[in-house]
Every structure is written in structure tokens, then in C-alpha cells.
Write a protein that binds this ligand. Structure first.
Ligand code: GUN
Length: 294
């Protein structure tokens, strides 16, 4: 039987509806959540992402301010802008879209953002809080994956989750989020990476497979256990002359074959992507709520 499709668009739109209620409640006490998004340079994918984030904010009643700078912006000027936004009362969340041009250290950028406004959950203070199992801002893509699993009825508790990739945006933060002893987590986690030997033997053991390694259509039906739940985080551009742009997005999983044997699977696009944005909105609303009580 073909797999159930885990519909990230539908789940993210349910989440956005419930955020609207929290935004209305904040509005009754005169508060409007505000997000500042900073883009340095003209990376086409980053431009698309920042515009999508700003549009999603406006749609549910979050104020967004987008700051676009040329690719040769000196690092101190960016840090100065972040300092200014840290102090700005109408801004509750700050994000600098990565990757940044080479003269700008992503580490310095992350350290400059006030942890209370760190809606990406990248600041070492928030990473430390997460590892200690304390409430904090969690990074948007891993948080979106946790929500996709629980809202699709695929509770990871007691399951063997295999993560392909240890990147800083997904694999590295997701592993501790999945094994912590809380509701919606409590899994046994294996992280596979470039030095993993016999990779397929791990993929075969997965009850839940998270593919986040950035290799187009790498996972095929013969590698997985029948009945596996698959979350595909890959967004790989492949040439496709039949489209207007000349390319299309595919995941790290061969959807056509794996969807024939899996229990459930996320599509690309329309799976993890919309959840990342919904979680950014959620973190921004949370930042506003927290800053309103202090
Ligand atoms: N670039 C790719 N993903 C992300 C993300 O989640 N946050 C930021 N700031 N930049 C990114």
C-alpha cells in the first residue's frame, strides 16, 4: 500500500491559525510581535527564503522588518545593526539569513544576537539550555520535524530514529531534541555522517528515518525497512528544462520508490519547508509573549 503523505502545508497552516489567536490576545494588551530579518548579499535562495518569511509574518499579523545589504557589507556594520535591533522595543525576534558572505563570521553574528530575541535558536546560550532539557528557543527546522511527527500520529517514543547528516541546522540539534525524556520525543537516536561505515545497515534499522544530508534522491526503497516513517529534509536543485526556472527541487529521498514501501513520508516541496517557517513565526510570538511579561 502506498505511504500516507505527511502534509506539511496543512499542518503548518493549522499551526498558523492557532498562532493568530495568540497574536490577537497580545493585541488586546497593545502588543504586536515584530521580527527583523537581515539579508547580506544576493544569494537567490536566501532572497526567496527571506521574502517568504516576511510574507508569512504579515499574513498572520506579525510586523516584519527586512534589512537588505550589499554583499561587501563590513562585519562591524552588521554587528552595529544587530545591537540596535537588540535594543528596539518593537522587535522581539532577530534573524540573519545564512550563509553570510565570507567577511562575516556566522559565529560572531550568532553571539551578537540577544538570546531573548534569538528566534533561530542558534545562540550558544539557547543551545546549552536545549541540551540541559530546559525550555528555550529551539531551532526552526528540527522543531518543525518534531511537530510533523507528533501531529501526524507518529510518536517517536521508544522508536529507533536514524538521522542522516550532522549539519548544524538539522542533524546536530535534532538528535538531542529527539532523545530527551519528554512528550513527543524519548526516541533511541543514531546519527549517521560522512565517516559512517555500512550506512545502509543503519538506514535499514530505522523505524523513523530523517534524511538531511543534501544528496538528491539518495535513499531508495531497497535501503529501508517496510513500514518506515520518512521525513525528507533535502532541498536539492536539479535541472529540469520543462520548468520556467529550469530547475526543480527534490529531496534526499527517492520519493517515487520509497513511498511504495514506507508507512508515511513527507513530500518535497510541501513537507518540512513550510514547517520551518511556521516554527519561526511560533518562536517570534513566544519571544513577544516572554518580553511582554518582563
Ligand atoms: N539558512 C538556511 N536555514 C536557515 C535558518 O533556519 N535560519 C537562518 N537564519 N538561516 C538559514
Amino acid at each position: 500500500m502506498p505511504a500516507e503523505i505527511i502534509d506539511g502545508k496543512k499542518i503548518s497552516s493549522d499551526i498558523k491559525e492557532s498562532l493568530k489567536e495568540r497574536i490577537e490576545a497580545l493585541g488586546r494588551s497593545g502588543k504586536v510581535p515584530g521580527l527583523a530579518a537581515i539579508l547580506v548579499g544576493d544569494n537567490p535562495a536566501s532572497q526567496v527564503y527571506v521574502n517568504m518569511k516576511a510574507k508569512a509574518c504579515e499574513k498572520i499579523g506579525i510586523n516584519s522588518e527586512v534589512y537588505k545589504y550589499p554583499r561587501d557589507l563590513p562585519e562591524p556594520e552588521l554587528i552595529k545593526k544587530i545591537d540596535e535591533l537588540n535594543e528596539k522595543k518593537t522587535i522581539h525576534g532577530i534573524l540573519v539569513q545564512f550563509p553570510t558572505p565570507e567577511q562575516i563570521s556566522e559565529e560572531k553574528v550568532i553571539l551578537a544576537i540577544d538570546p531573548k530575541k534569538d528566534v533561530d535558536g542558534f545562540h550558544p546560550f539557547n543551545v546549552g539550555m536545549m541540551l540541559a532539557g530546559k525550555p528555550t528557543f529551539l531551532p526552526c527546522t528540527p522543531l518543525g520535524i518534531m511537530e510533523l511527527l507528533s501531529r501526524s500520529g507518529n510518536d517517536p517514543s521508544g522508536k529507533h530514529v536514524v538521522i542522516l547528516g550532522r549539519g548544524s541546522l538539522v542533524g546536530r540539534p535534532l538528535a538531542p531534541m529527539l532523545y530527551q525524556k519528554t512528550k513527543g520525543a524519548n526516541a533511541t537516536v543514531t546519527v549517521c555522517h560522512t565517516a559512517t561505515k555500512n550506512l545502509v545497515s543503519f538506514i535499514q534499522q530505522a523505524d523513523i528515518l530523517i534524511a538531511a544530508m543534501g544528496r538528491a534522491k539518495f535513499v531508495t526503497a531497497d535501503m529501508v525497512k517496510p513500514g518506515v516513517v520518512v521525513i525528507d529534509v533535502g532541498t536539492n536543485r536539479v535541472e529540469d528544462p520543462s520548468t520556467k526556472s529550469g530547475y526543480r527541487l527534490v529531496g534526499d529521498v527517492n520519493f517515487d520508490s520509497v513511498s511504495q514501501v514506507a508507512k508515511a513520508i513527507t513530500p518535497v516541496p510541501g513537507g518540512v519547508g513550510p514547517m520551518t517557517i511556521a516554527m519561526l513565526l511560533s518562536n517570534t510570538v513566544k519571544a513577544c509573549e516572554m518580553q511582554s511579561t518582563t
